[in-house]
Design a protein around this ligand. Structure first.
Ligand code: SF4
Ligand code: SF3
Length: 547
């Protein structure tokens, strides 16, 4: 087994025996086989595009199935068999259409046929991702190939979210296919691979922009909204992951069912969308914290639980019968909610499970946090913010965001925010916020000192805020008093990091550890060009940022 796509990777240098995330070598092998089939599908899709043959099904499929191979998304070998068969079927359908106008000799990878009478796991072992670094590839190019593959997984997953919301851009789909078709090339220079990775960052920015457009056009621009952290007596459903569209579908199907709906993990910012809040009075509060605490949170929750996207952990037996997955998410033996012909999901099994379970028997003590400080809300008070900076009331902004995880060294982020001086503002996003999300930090000149911008994909919103501040002060983004203190875990975070580098953002501090897939020379390059650096201690990093 070879996997080093996430921050949790064993001993900081790759999972070789078993995934630290719980992924078995067998599941890893079928994921690698799927990625190999997608690398063979991509040149066919690109050729079809050249000939103006419709490729939308193949593009959407590529994004969904790449998403399924990300960390903590899908552990079910049967689902990967279905994906592999579909990848080959789509490839052959497109080839047949291409064949009608032009005769093409396809390379081996685009002619590959798995043998379904034999174990796909054994066949997957032959297409281990480590092999893209073999046959003379230098270690730095291998590093950049892995960065590209992991980055494009993140960008593809955001593209999946966007198309679910009805937002698509052919240029994004095309680039996803181009990256997949490029992975096996051995004729590109180090500089070519660096540029390809920066282009992934650009395309990922567009994918996040599409999600932002999908969310805001459907549910309105987020507004600062108090979110109860307590619970009310009664039957309950907990919705985890990132998928606001599926949350909305659950809310719609639970109207007048005497069920209260709570969010978990990365769905906390959903409370900021006015159209969801106004329309559904049974959409109440938030339960639990970040993904790595789900074994405790899900076990404690007395209702049904739906995991819509990453991050799913291998479930414990005392809660697995009330746990449901959908879309690209899965785990062998766990309840799966398939999409119907119109693409929608029937949540009846979830509703029945919630009604069967005890629900909350008592009301807990009221406590709240505030979310909804996305770009529209923050830029709506831009004049106030700019005045506060000009008058010296706000000295510095910190964007402390990214993924959470189980490692103890992630305590850094909570300690960092604890130590941020009173004349500074903290913007946050993604599930890393759970290290400090319920901290009362007060406000400066009426501006809260802790602003929750949203989910990880709302990095788009944070970037818009930074650009607007830079414009207001008539300086570049690197000149505004803003420091980025980021935490990463999975491949969506890799894509966002590439976006920030594409935008030329310097001095990012990244932790808790640096990606295992970055070779020493690639790290050196990132440090020289962007001053990307590892986190050290909260005190030292704060002192350096405040200069
Ligand atoms: Fe290891 Fe992360 Fe890969 Fe899981 S996803 S096998 S933890 S590197
Ligand atoms: Fe979190 Fe998985 Fe990355 Fe969306 S939910 S930020 S880790």
């Amino acid at each position: 087994m070879f996997c080093e796509q996430c921050e949790q990777t064993a001993s900081g240098n790759g999972c070789h025996q078993w995934g630290a995330c719980g992924k078995s070598p067998q599941v890893n092998a079928v994921q690698d086989l799927l990625v190999y089939c997608l690398r063979g599908l991509a040149p066919v899709v690109l050729q079809a595009k050249e000939l103006a043959i419709a490729t939308r099904d193949a593009d959407r499929f590529t994004c969904e199935s790449m998403f399924a191979t990300m960390t903590n998304v899908n552990f079910d070998p049967k689902r990967f068999t279905v994906y592999i068969k579909r990848a080959i079927a789509l490839r052959e359908e497109l080839k047949a259409q291409i064949q009608q106008t032009t005769n093409i000799t396809w390379s081996d990878i685009s002619n590959y046929e798995p043998d379904y009478t034999e174990s796909l796991v054994e066949q997957g072992f032959k297409y281990n991702l480590e092999l893209i670094g073999k046959s003379g590839t230098n270690v730095d190019i291998f590093s950049l190939k892995l960065t590209a593959l992991y980055g494009i997984k993140g960008a593809a997953s955001y593209t999946f979210h966007a198309y679910e919301l009805g937002q698509e851009d052919e240029a994004v789909y095309k680039y996803v296919q181009q990256v997949l078709a490029t992975i096996d090339r051995s004729d590109l220079s180090l500089e070519d691979w660096v540029n390809l990775n920066l282009e992934i960052g650009k395309v990922n920015l567009r994918a996040m922009e599409l999600i932002d457009a999908g969310h805001t056009s459907t549910y309105g621009h987020p507004v600062p909204t108090p979110v109860p952290l307590n619970h009310k007596p009664g039957k309950a459903i907990l919705v985890s992951g990132h998928d606001i569209k599926q949350l909305a579908a659950i809310l719609k199907q639970t109207v007048d069912k005497d069920i209260t709906v709570y969010t978990h993990g990365e769905l906390l910012p959903a409370h900021g969308y006015p159209k969801l809040k106004e329309q559904y009075s049974h959409f109440y509060g938030h339960f639990g914290t970040a993904w790595q605490n789900q074994t405790k949170d899900f076990a404690k929750f007395p209702g049904a639980v739906v995991v819509t996207t990453n991050c799913l952990m291998p479930p414990h037996e005392h809660y697995e019968d009330k746990l449901f997955t959908l879309g690209p998410v899965g785990y062998a033996g766990l309840n799966y909610l398939p999409a119907q012909e119109d693409g929608g999901i029937d949540f009846t099994p979830v509703i029945e499970k919630a009604q069967e379970l005890a629900g909350f028997t008592e009301e807990s003590k009221y406590k709240q946090v505030t979310t909804g400080f996305a770009r529209n809300a923050v830029l709506g008070v831009a004049d106030k913010v700019i005045d506060a900076v000009k008058q010296g009331k706000i000295r510095h902004f910190f964007l402390v965001g990214g993924c959470d995880g189980a490692k103890p060294d992630r305590n850094y982020y909570g300690e960092f925010v604890d130590k941020v001086p009173d004349d500074c503002v903290v913007l946050t996003l993604a599930c890393g916020k759970f290290r400090f999300f319920d901290k009362d930090m007060g406000n400066i000149a009426g501006i809260p000192r802790l602003l929750d911008v949203g989910q990880c994909n709302d990095a788009y919103s944070a970037i818009q805020i930074a650009i607007a501040l830079a414009n207001a002060f008539e300086v570049g983004v690197n000149e505004i008093p803003l420091s980025m203190i980021l935490s990463w875990y999975e491949q969506k975070a890799v894509a966002i990091l590439l976006t920030l580098l594409y935008l030329g953002i310097k001095d990012i501090r990244l932790g808790p550890t640096l990606p295992a897939f970055l070779s020493p020379n690639v790290l050196q390059l990132l440090s020289e060009k962007y001053n990307l650096q590892p986190i050290t201690t909260p005190d030292a990093d704060l002192a350096a940022c405040l200069g």
